[in-house]
Design a protein around this ligand. Structure first.
Ligand SMILES: Nc1ncnc2c1ncn2[C@@H]1O[C@H](COP(=O)(O)OP(=O)(O)OP(=O)(O)O)[C@@H](O)[C@H]1O
Length: 257
């Protein structure tokens, strides 16, 4: 099988060891453009490590990571970001003293890059204002336009955090446990918001809440001991005996309890 640009994101035989311990052990994953994939697996399976590899925080020990067909393994995080992949952390990216609007405008301006011509900056600023307003409306944060990020509710901060990735122009978004720490009703609303905001974009999300996973994902990738043991539709993954045995049986039993 050849590597192609048909996939927004592709991992081939990715390995990562820390010292003598191999944490990611030949992970393969293909995410199509516009697809929403949830990455699940038991604690310590390597989900965060995989995100760190994709976003450039760590370089793989071996294997390939491709974004729209181009190799990104070994690239710095800011280079990968410029190529259109953004990672949404749990609130850590926000400028807490800046308003909602200013945060979004900063993300747009960053994506436009620094061009040291004043006339160009003014034109960019107009575009950035418009884009920031659009994303703000999409996130239903227009009523909080001038509120400092620090004064938003937790769910609003998470929404703004996702907004930064979108305002920055990312086509591929990694979400770290998007609904962690939210109440049931917040979670329901937030899943809907993620769905709307990610329309036309590619999403890879680590999520522990199986309700969210099965509600949001087009496909579910199951990582166990550093290997992707299945990547399929929610129904197929639910019915997969190996997944049941390795992880999902226990996770669903806990979720159902
Ligand atoms: N920088 C590092 N150096 C050494 N070991 C590490 C490093 N980062 C992660 N590990 C180890 O890799 C393993 C996988 O950790 P990771 O956080 O990727 O798992 P996870 O699937 O995200 O777990 P969880 O669901 O609990 O967040 C763990 O045993 C962890 O201790």
């Amino acid at each position: 099988m050849s590597l192609t640009a048909d996939f927004a994101l592709e991992l081939r035989g990715v390995r990562k060891h820390f010292g003598k311990t191999e944490i990611i052990r030949g992970a393969d994953l293909q995410v199509r453009s516009g697809e929403r994939v949830a990455l699940i697996g038991p604690n310590g399976a390597g989900k965060s490590t995989l995100f760190n590899l994709i976003s450039g925080r760590f370089a793989p020990s071996s294997g390939e990571i491709r974004l729209h067909g181009a190799r990104i393994d070994g690239c710095a995080p800011h280079e990968i970001n410029r190529l259109g992949l953004a990672r949404s952390f749990q609130v850590s990216n926000l400028f807490t003293r800046l308003s909602v609007f200013e945060n979004l405008r900063c993300a747009v301006l960053w994506s436009l890059g620094h061009r040291y011509a004043f006339w160009k900056f003014l034109a960019d600023l107009r575009d950035a204002n418009e884009r920031a307003e659009q994303v703000m409306a999409m996130l239903h944060l227009d009523r909080k336009r001038d509120v400092a990020a620090a004064d938003l509710t937790y769910a609003e901060q998470r929404a703004l955090e996702i907004g930064l990735t979108i305002a920055g122009g990312a086509g591929v978004i990694l979400l770290d446990e998007p609904t962690a720490g939210m109440s049931r009703s917040e979670t329901r609303r937030f899943v809907q918001l993620i769905r709307e905001a990610s329309e036309g974009r590619t999403l890879l999300a680590v999520e522990h809440d199986m309700g969210v996973v099965f509600d949001l994902a087009d496909r579910i990738a199951v990582l166990v001991y550093g290997e992707v043991i299945a990547c399929d539709t929610p129904a197929a993954v639910r019915a997969n005996a190996t997944v049941q045995e390795a992880y999902l049986g226990a996770a669903l039993a806990v979720g159902d309890a």
